[in-house]
Design a protein around this ligand. Structure first.
Ligand SMILES: [Zn+2]
Length: 129
């Protein structure tokens, strides 16, 4: 049985965030203070709702890493179609949560999913994006 995936929804504009830290950033940018945490995939409604770019971005990164065993940042940026700066920020988050690890192969730093990262990837791959 999988843990349900939770997202934080902004009351003001309806944007969704996977991580509480992203809501803090959103609050700093927009002044929106109220968020509700909901579970995704529990209801038919949850499945058909649209997701914000934050989640889409993470989904693309995780998907790319799932398909390739490991990749460097530049390749990942291209495959996941995420701007390098944004990608670095996402990778920091993923690394903090122990979803990815950095490995040095042929003197290049590559990114690959950890065991937890694979679980997380399989969780978010259920999302319709
Ligand atoms: Zn908002």
């Amino acid at each position: 049985m999988r843990d349900p995936l939770k997202v934080h929804v902004c009351h003001e504009c309806g944007m969704r965030f996977l991580f509480a830290v992203d809501t803090q950033e959103h609050e700093a940018e927009t002044g929106h203070k109220l968020y509700t945490t909901i579970q995704i995939g529990d209801t038919a409604e949850g499945k058909t709702e649209r997701f914000n770019p934050t989640i889409n971005t993470l989904c693309r990164i995780m998907k790319a890493l799932c398909e390739q065993n490991s990749m460097n940042r530049t390749a990942l940026s291209t495959v996941a179609n995420v701007h390098y700066t944004r990608l670095s920020k996402c990778l920091e988050l993923l690394q903090e949560r122990n979803y990815i690890e950095l490995v040095i192969q042929d003197r290049v730093v590559n990114i690959r999913l950890t065991e937890q990262g694979r679980e997380f990837a399989s969780k978010i791959s259920d999302l319709e994006i």
